[in-house]
Every structure is written in structure tokens, then in C-alpha cells.
Ligand binder design. Structure first.
Ligand code: HEC
Ligand code: HEC
Ligand code: HEC
Ligand code: HEC
Ligand code: HEC
Length: 229
């Protein structure tokens, strides 16, 4: 996998060893800020692709659901990317001669997959699994942001350990009904609380769903071996 911390990591590591005993709290804080900055985590950086595939166009404007293309997201660890066949289903009839789609036609004719550049990546010593998150009511939005408004996809969260832990400690801030997992624009206010007749706030609804979906306690889900197996 591509290094999260590129070359300058070495320099930082060496500097912090050298300055060890003299390291002031202030320097610690600014190093911490450095590691959390978007340019070190890759957050918010648009990744170029062989075909400028737009989620905004296909999801928000054409209304195609995530599972049409990411077929294994609720069944396996990985969400999966669509085979060229899926694009050809529609692009056989439309935009057939567009230059933008040449890599799609070439891939189909040569029977070679389009090589998409990865946007999200966790190190291989971390265990991550999509299906359990989907089955327990964590929406795509909570981890991928407004995919339906993106032309090219960017990583909207840091994917750092503390980000994972934050939700594992307080999942009620994120849980939603299972049939809203794919609905990027959903908000707890869309649900009416039968006890009060008023729209829900996220915390109240989240606490209920935590029980209904049998989400385990944070003492279990923040255990090191939960993610480092
Ligand atoms: C018509 C097919 C299609 C649909 C529908 C679709 N996607 Fe995608 N998705 C792709 C393709 C192709 C890629 C790879 C290119 C890229 O990263 O933009 C991708 C990439 C992604 C990535 C980044 C993958 C990485 O490399 O880390 C995420 C996250 C994602 N999609 C989420 C979603 C979500 C959430 C939905 C539903 C709201 C959705 N997609 C709907 C085709 C689709
Ligand atoms: C369900 C039908 C459908 C599928 C599946 C589909 N597309 Fe499209 N795509 C369209 C339509 C319709 C347009 C034209 C949108 C317009 O002009 O308003 C389009 C436009 C495009 C464009 C032109 C740029 C843009 O966003 O307007 C590209 C590039 C593209 N699609 C790539 C892909 C790729 C790559 C896949 C497979 C991962 C794919 N499409 C799957 C229907 C589809
Ligand atoms: C709990 C956070 C979380 C949720 C919820 C989530 N994802 Fe992901 N997604 C990730 C992470 C982390 C990765 C990178 C995994 C890796 O390192 O390979 C990823 C990667 C992807 C990829 C790249 C291909 C792959 O399988 O690795 C796609 C596509 C994707 N997600 C789509 C979706 C869709 C669609 C949904 C909603 C059904 C969704 N994700 C929900 C965190 C999440
Ligand atoms: C927005 C909330 C949220 C985020 C962010 C999140 N998780 Fe989770 N995760 C959950 C919930 C809820 C569960 C279900 C716990 C249960 O099964 O009781 C879960 C379960 C898991 C499991 C259990 C899988 C299994 O098969 O037992 C693993 C592993 C995991 N998460 C890893 C991660 C990692 C790694 C990240 C960060 C890259 C992450 N999660 C980010 C909410 C989240
Ligand atoms: C919810 C999932 C999750 C849990 C639980 C978890 N980690 Fe992690 N851990 C990650 C992810 C994701 C990364 C990679 C991203 C990063 O470096 O922040 C990581 C990275 C690390 C690293 C490398 C950090 C670095 O700076 O290179 C160490 C060491 C580590 N974890 C130790 C632990 C220990 C010890 C525990 C238990 C107290 C723990 N982790 C619990 C998800 C988790």
C-alpha cells in the first residue's frame, strides 16, 4: 500500500529521537497536528482516475443505488468495484463515441479491467469489514461523506485510529435505520418519535437503534484485538 507518511516521516522520526529529552509539550502538540493534517492523512485530496466517473452524475442525477455497482458491500469485507460490463449496460447505448469513455470501450473489447486508483486505504495490520457496519446501521455517509455530491471521489475522513475509536465509543451518534444505510442525505430528523410525535434527534434515536441492532458495548469494540487481529 502507498505509505501514509511519505519520506518526510523519516526526518520527523529522527528529529523527535534527537530532540527526545528536550521535546517540549508544544512541539508534541504541533507534531500531533502535523500527523492529523489533511495532507498527511490524504483526507480531502481528489484522486485522478483513468475515466472521470462522476458519483454526482450517476448517483444524485441518475438515481443509481450504491449496490448496483458496489455489490458486495453488505455481504463481505470489501465493497467491490463494478466490472466494465456494468458500465457497458448503459454506455452501449449512450455516449458510445465519447472520447471520455474510450478507456471503458477498450477495457471491454480487450477484456481487461479498468484499473481504478484507490482512494481509501487502511494499513494491512488493521482489520476492516464493510458488511458488519452495514448490518448494524452505519451509513455510507458516516465514513465516506457526501459521495452523491462528488464528481471525483475524495476521502472525506482521516481514517485514523482515533476516528474509528470515536465512533466505536459513541455509536449512537451515527446509527440509522437499516433501510437508510445507502441514503446519503438521510438525517435523524426525518424520523418521527412515536412517543413525542416530534422528529427524533440523533442521540435519542441512536440509543434506541443501538439496542435494536444489538451493537456491542465500547469495552468490546475498542479492544485492541477487535481491529488488530
Ligand atoms: C454506476 C456505478 C456506481 C454507483 C451507482 C456508485 N459507485 Fe461508487 N464507485 C464506482 C466506481 C467506478 C468507482 C471507482 C472510481 C472512483 O473512485 O471514483 C467508485 C468508487 C467509490 C468509492 C471510493 C473507492 C476507493 O477507491 O476508496 C466510494 C467510497 C464509493 N464509490 C461509494 C459509493 C457510494 C456510497 C455509492 C452510493 C451512494 C456509490 N459509490 C455508487 C461506481 C459506482
Ligand atoms: C444506469 C446507466 C448507467 C450506468 C450503469 C453507467 N452510466 Fe455513465 N452515464 C449514464 C448517463 C445517462 C450519462 C449521461 C449523463 C448526462 O449527460 O446527463 C452518463 C455519463 C457518463 C460519463 C460522462 C461524464 C459525465 O459524468 O457526464 C462518463 C465518463 C461515464 N458516464 C462513465 C461511466 C462508467 C465508468 C460507468 C461504470 C462504472 C458508468 N458510467 C455506468 C448512465 C450510466
Ligand atoms: C465504518 C466506516 C465505513 C462505512 C460505514 C462504509 N465504508 Fe466504505 N470504506 C471504508 C474504509 C475504511 C475503506 C478502505 C478499506 C481498505 O483499506 O481497503 C472503504 C473502502 C470502500 C470502497 C473501496 C473498495 C473496497 O471495497 O475497499 C468502496 C467502493 C466503498 N468503501 C463503498 C462503501 C459503500 C457503498 C458504503 C455504504 C454501504 C460504505 N463504503 C460504507 C469505511 C467505510
Ligand atoms: C461511524 C461509526 C463507525 C466508524 C467510523 C467505524 N466503525 Fe467499526 N463498527 C461500528 C459499529 C456500530 C460496529 C458493530 C459493533 C457490533 O458488532 O456490535 C463496528 C464493528 C467493527 C468491527 C467488527 C467486525 C466483526 O466482524 O466483528 C471491526 C473490526 C471494525 N468495526 C473496525 C473498524 C475500523 C478499523 C474502523 C476505522 C477504519 C471503523 N471500524 C470505523 C461503527 C463504526
Ligand atoms: C476500531 C479499530 C481499532 C482499535 C479498537 C484499535 N486500533 Fe490501532 N489502529 C487502527 C487503525 C485504523 C490504524 C491505522 C491508522 C492510524 O495509524 O491511525 C491503527 C494504528 C495503530 C498503530 C500504529 C500507529 C502509528 O502511528 O503508526 C498502533 C501501534 C495501534 N494502532 C495500536 C493499538 C492499540 C494498542 C489498541 C488498543 C488500545 C488499538 N490500536 C485499538 C484501528 C484500531
Amino acid at each position: 500500500m502507498p505509505q501514509i507518511f511519505p519520506k518526510y516521516m523519516n526526518v520527523v522520526a529522527r528529529l523527535s529521537i534527537l530532540s527526545g529529552p528536550f521535546l517540549f509539550a508544544g512541539a508534541g502538540v504541533s507534531l500531533a497536528a502535523f500527523f492529523r493534517a489533511d495532507y498527511t492523512t490524504g483526507a480531502r485530496t481528489v484522486v485522478e482516475q483513468p475515466v472521470p466517473f462522476s458519483h454526482k452524475h450517476h448517483v444524485a442525477e441518475l438515481g443509481i443505488g450504491c449496490q448496483y455497482c458496489h455489490t458486495s458491500v453488505d455481504k463481505s469485507a470489501t465493497a467491490g468495484l463494478p466490472p466494465t460490463r456494468t458500465c457497458i449496460n448503459c454506455h452501449q447505448q449512450m455516449w458510445t463515441s465519447a472520447e471520455l469513455l474510450k478507456p471503458v470501450r477498450d477495457s471491454f473489447e480487450k477484456n481487461e479491467p479498468i484499473v481504478w486508483n484507490k482512494v481509501h486505504n487502511t494499513p494491512n495490520y488493521v482489520y476492516f469489514n464493510h458488511s458488519i457496519h452495514v448490518k448494524k446501521g452505519v451509513g455510507c455517509y458516516s465514513c465516506h461523506g457526501r459521495i452523491d455530491e462528488m464528481n471525483l471521489v475524495y476521502q472525506s475522513k482521516t481514517l485514523l485510529m482515533e476516528w474509528c475509536l470515536d465512533c466505536h465509543r459513541t455509536p449512537e451518534n451515527h446509527l440509522r435505520p437499516l433501510d437508510e444505510v445507502f441514503n446519503i442525505a438521510w438525517s435523524a430528523k426525518d424520523e418521527i418519535n412515536e412517543d413525542t410525535g416530534k422528529p427524533y434527534d440523533q442521540k435519542t434515536l441512536g440509543r434506541k437503534l443501538k439496542e435494536i441492532h444489538m451493537v456491542r458495548e465500547s469495552s468490546v469494540t475498542t479492544n485492541c484485538s477487535f481491529c488488530h487481529r
